[in-house]
Design a protein around this ligand. Structure first.
Ligand code: BGC
Length: 746
């Protein structure tokens, strides 16, 4: 009893002491200055800067292709006249440059090192179009995270990615770099990549600043010809081309890049509407915009500036804060200010935005990269494993008659044929960061590593990917005749995709189609594996060859991933993120088109179609097969009617009705059949990739609300109009179940 009382007293004393201690602690803390916020630090620094130093922060210059800096950079940095470089990389080199900024420049403003880390830094992942074919944004998030970790450890702070341009024209080579033709899928991948690159805080030692590009509508280049003009209505801008950028901005992307093209007569790099009204005012973006490579100076060629001086004024006044490679801001900024063609406020706002991002990156506090950590950050086994998995998840099985695939690993002999079969550079593809060709695994090497020791693997190139010679055909045919099965790997080389790689035809280049025909004619079971960076027109192959695997350009483990799929270790579950036309002449052909007043009818000549080719694509958007079969059934809506700002739950049953575990991508589309403006025949508004065991059944649920059901009306207001809506759910954009619901007037 006594003891308990005593304990209580001691406890009370202890509590009093604790309270006193906390009170003293709080009082001291409130007296000590709180750390300055980013905005305070930016403003304090800005107040100390000369005009020359301010303009210097708006300049970015190119390093050498091998990653080295140029001697001139050091001198400019010393003088405070260079804020950023591109292509300079490697911990040691970037530190060397950074030391000049931190020790020898007046204001010690760190340099921002940018680089195109598009689908990997050293561990190269599949091209972005391929990752979009996974319909699994977490694939892109993980690959961006690996890229960020490798890049940051190599001194790179900033990647010029993700490219989120919608591409409805596969002639355009840069379709490779994006997520394909659809804004909803594109937005999901934009968000995922930004998260992967930046994380929650891009000052972290394994994160980089991202850059959504190319702002905007660069993918609509007329004729698919790179850098070409675009003419796109504001509705289409807002509904098709803006959404992935909006998603990136909402995900916190720190920068955007202004594109090369003109938009309805006004170049994107001098476009006040897109740069200021939409980006800064409507979307409240507080990061900065960098021009594309010399796109400020190119305003002269566009014909909206007579000289570099006018170009500088046009771009900076419109809202491009940093100039890449051309030097108009620096050369003419002071003169423009003096002549009142540029205001001090405009310059200050641009510099403020650049500095804000440098602070958010943590560069002022941690300007250097740990040189000892660099090597250990690259090509980690788990990163390479993830690249293989990403490539497998990205592949799309386009055809598989009579279960030609998967092949048995114990097969007696295989002929591996074709110009891309042993091409490692094609797996690397364009924009391959610091990737090395020798790290890549070719399809041939992947197949050899996969089959049993008894299997004989024969190889013949057959022909080049480009060029006219058929001299190798005979050997290829002989090899096929000796084998139990022929795998023909055809498509595009690395230099046929990416920037400045537009093609006037999307047929298989060179003599490759004839090679496939010659092999098929041997009567041996033939499998075509496509290695390519864009949809290809392959009607003959689709009509005649029993099995086709779209493998894209798979990165460092591409060849192994192809073998994983061909031999059934991975059951393909990817779906096309872009329509595959039957012929180039069908372009533009995309699934979310308008109905027209005369939708195509076979028996009616005066309807919207061609005389010489069907109006349908060869493979539609969202298409892809599996080694198992899925059934989608029992489409149910939570209500027959909803309010204009209400929510509707849609669910459907998906069942694996085959004999293997596999993945299905359940896709939801809507249509607003009667509105004050024509609406697309279908619009993707939901998707889920699910893995099911044989016999397994699952309900998949989607929620639709105002964000999915509305559009930009004639007055350019976003509205949900009352009336009937259709909802369609299926395994691709064509084979769908359909239901209706009603949206009530408010
Ligand atoms: C491309 C950009 C790229 C930049 C820097 C330009 O030619 O259009 O996508 O980020 O170069 O390499």
């Amino acid at each position: 009893m006594k003891a308990t009382k005593k304990h209580k007293r001691v406890f009370t004393h202890f509590l009093c002491f604790l309270c006193l201690f906390v009170a003293v602690l709080l009082a001291t803390a409130s007296q000590s200055p709180r750390p300055a916020s980013v905005e305070q630090r930016v403003n304090a620094l800005l107040a100390r800067m000369t005009l020359e130093e301010k303009l210097g922060q708006l300049q970015q210059l190119d390093g050498e292709a091998n990653g080295n800096f140029r001697p001139e950079h050091l001198e400019l940095i010393r003088q405070g006249r260079l804020g950023s470089t591109l292509n300079v990389r490697g911990a040691q080199r970037t530190n060397q440059v950074q030391r000049v900024a931190m020790n020898e420049s007046r204001l010690k403003i760190p340099v921002l090192f940018g680089f195109d880390v598009i689908h990997g830094y050293r561990t190269i992942f599949p091209i972005p179009l391929a990752e979009a074919a996974s319909w699994d944004p977490s694939v892109a998030e993980r690959s961006a995270a690996v890229a960020a970790q490798e890049a940051r450890n190599s001194g790179v702070h900033w990647t010029f990615a993700p490219m989120v341009d919608i591409a409805r024209d596969p002639r355009w080579g840069r379709i490779t770099e994006g997520a394909g033709e659809d804004p909803f899928l594109g937005a999901a991948f934009a968000r995922a990549r930004v998260r992967g690159f930046q994380g929650n805080d891009y000052s972290a030692a394994d994160k980089v600043l991202a850059c959504a590009k190319h702002w905007v509508v660069y993918g609509a280049a007329e004729g698919g010809r790179d850098y070409n003009t675009t003419e796109v209505s504001e509705n289409t801008l807002r509904e098709i081309y803006f959404p992935p950028f909006k998603a990136a901005v909402d995900a916190g992307v720190g920068t955007l890049m202004s594109s090369f093209n003109a938009i309805n007569g006004v170049p994107a790099t001098a476009n006040e509407f897109t740069l200021t009204r939409v980006l800064r005012q409507e979307w409240k973006f507080d990061g900065f915009v960098v021009s594309d490579y010399t796109s400020v100076r190119e305003l002269i060629n566009h014909g909206i500036a007579a000289n570099e001086e006018e170009a500088a004024a046009a771009a900076l006044n419109a809202g491009v804060e940093m100039e890449m490679v051309s030097r108009s801001y620096n050369a003419f900024g002071a003169k423009l200010l003096q002549e009142k063609k540029l205001s001090q406020a405009t310059i200050d706002e641009a510099v403020r935005r650049v500095l804000r991002i440098k602070f958010r990156l943590g560069l002022f506090d941690r300007p250097y990269t740990d040189e000892a950590g660099e090597a250990n950050a690259l090509l980690r086994p788990e990163s390479v494993r993830m690249a293989r998995e990403a490539a497998g998840r990205s592949m799309v099985l386009l055809k598989n008659d009579r279960e030609t695939l998967p092949l048995s690993k114990n097969i007696g002999s295989i002929a591996v044929i074709g110009p891309l079969a042993d091409d490692r550079a094609a797996q690397l593809s364009c924009w391959a960061g610091d990737g090395h060709e020798q790290d890549m695994v070719s399809p041939l090497a992947g197949i050899k590593a996969k089959v049993s020791a008894q299997t004989m693997v024969l190889y013949a190139k057959g022909c080049d990917a480009k060029g006219d010679s058929t001299a190798g055909f005979q050997q290829a045919v002989e090899v096929a005749k000796k084998a139990d099965v022929a795998i023909v790997v055809v498509g595009e080389t690395a230099d046929m995709v990416g920037e400045a790689a537009s093609r006037s035809t999307i047929d298989l280049p060179g003599r490759q189609l004839e090679l496939v025909q010659a092999i098929q004619a041997t009567g041996k079971p033939t499998v075509v594996v496509l290695v390519n960076g864009r949809p290809l027109a392959i009607p003959w192959i689709a009509g005649n060859v029993p099995a086709i695997l779209e493998s894209w350009m798979g990165g460092i483990q591409g060849g192994n991933a192809i073998a994983d799929v061909l031999f059934g270790d991975v059951n393909p579950g990817g779906k096309l993120p872009a329509t595959f036309p039957r012929s180039t002449g069908q372009i533009p052909i995309y699934y979310n088109h308008f109905n027209t007043g005369r939708p195509p009818e076979a028996e009616n000549k005066y309807t919207s179609k061609y005389l010489d080719v069907p109006w349908t694509p060869l493979f539609p958007f969202g298409y892809g097969l599996s080694y198992t079969q899925f059934k989608i059934s029992n489409l149910q809506l939570s209500a027959p009617r909803i309010a204009a700002n209400g929510k509707l739950t849609v669910n459907v049953e998906v069942e694996n009705a085959g004999r293997r575990a596999g993945d299905e991508v359940v896709q939801l589309y809507i249509r607003d059949p009667v509105a004050t403006m024509s609406r697309p025949v279908k619009e993707l508004k939901g998707f889920q990739r699910v893995t099911l065991q044989p016999g397994e059944k699952r309900r998949v649920e989607f929620v639709l609300d105002r964000e999915h059901l509305g559009f930009w009306n004639r007055e350019m207001r976003y509205v949900v109009e009352p009336g009937e809506f259709r909802v369609m759910v299926g395994a691709n954009s064509v084979d769908v179940l359909e239901a209706k619901f009603h949206v009530d007037a408010p």
